[in-house]
Design a protein around this ligand. Structure first.
Ligand code: NAP
Length: 291
């Protein structure tokens, strides 16, 4: 029997529904939640992601503003744009779309954003609060979305063995922290590019989160029968049978659904949840700034 599909789209829809009355309340109180997005350069995928974020804002009545800056712009002008938005009381969330052009330091830009407006949750202050188990900060959207999906699918984490493949600042590392924090209480192992025997380690996981960026790397021999698998990966794989010449693949091979008890699909899994959590952070940021 195939694994239960953890429907990220349905989970995201239910999160959006719960945000709607909060947006309406803010607007009644005279505060129109407002997300500002900066894109530097012309990365086509960035435009696709930002359009999806704008559409989510439209669905919820959140105002969105997009600032497009040329890829060869002076770094100082990007800095100035962020500072301007920090000072603008009508903007509640600021997001600088990744990737920035080569030579522009994303961490420098992230740490310039006011932590209260850091709706990506990547500011050192917000990540520091996560390390401290302080829930007052804004959480990184993708790992927070994974936690919501696990809750939605009724997956019990306490005392369970979780393995996260990947240790990036924006997904793997905060994911490991969220799974192991008090209240979630999983026992977490991080697998990365220097890990020896990753397959054996993953095979011990009750919950496996793949955030690698290597298409279909995780095959059924990596999976403990009955494990819950969340596939964060979004990879373009050449496929000439498709109109665009490529298809989207996760980090987990389809065959895993024969072994796992539950699995998130790509697309339609973590992707919509990341956007839902961005909306959630924007609403929360507006509420905090409107107190
Ligand atoms: P990243 O910054 O490139 O990090 C990848 C991580 O995977 C690194 O920690 C790396 O280890 C590890 N890794 C690479 N090759 C490995 C291997 N063969 N075995 C074990 N570990 C390996 O990527 P990211 O930003 O975290 O994103 C990961 C994936 O998630 C990508 O496919 C990305 O597109 C996707 N993503 C999806 C969403 C969404 O909303 N669905 C959001 C964000 C990211 P080292 O640290 O040792 O280099």
């Amino acid at each position: 029997m195939g694994a239960h599909i953890i429907d990220g789209k349905a989970c995201a829809t239910s999160i959006e529904a719960s945000l709607k009355p909060r947006v309406e309340q803010l607007i009644t109180d005279g505060c129109n939640p407002h997300l500002a997005v900066i894109i530097v350069g012309d990365d086509p995928a960035s435009h696709v992601y930002v359009r999806a974020k704008e559409r989510a804002c439209d669905r919820l009545g959140i105002k969105s503003t997009k600032v497009l800056l040329p890829g060869d712009i002076d770094f100082q002008q990007v800095v100035d744009q962020v500072i301007l938005m920090n000072k603008d009381p009508t903007i509640h969330g600021i997001l600088v779309q990744s990737p920035l052009p080569i030579g522009m330091d994303e961490v420098v830009i992230t740490d310039l954003i006011s932590p209260l407006k850091d709706v990506d949750g990547f500011h050192a202050s917000n990540l520091g609060k996560l390390v401290q188990g302080d829930s007052s900060g804004l959480l990184p959207c993708t790992p927070a979305g994974v936690m919501e999906m696990l809750g939605w699918a009724d997956v019990s984490l306490s005392g369970k063995r979780a393995v996260v493949i990947g240790r990036s600042r924006i997904v793997g590392m905060p994911q490991a922290l969220l799974l192991s924090q008090k209240g979630a209480d999983a026992t977490v192992t991080i697998v990365h590019s220097r890990t020896q025997n990753p397959e054996e380690i993953c095979k011990e996981a009750d919950i496996l989160i793949a955030a690698v960026g290597v298409p279909e790397m995780v095959t059924s021999s990596w999976i403990k029968p009955g494990a819950v698998v969340i596939d964060v990966g979004v990879n373009r794989v050449e496929d000439n049978s498709k109109e665009k010449g490529y298809r989207l693949a996760g980090d987990v091979h389809d065959e895993v659904s024969e072994i796992a008890s539950a699995i998130s699909p790509v697309p339609g899994g973590v992707g919509p949840m990341t956007i839902a959590m961005l909306m959630s952070n924007t609403v929360r940021a507006a509420e905090l700034q409107n107190q």
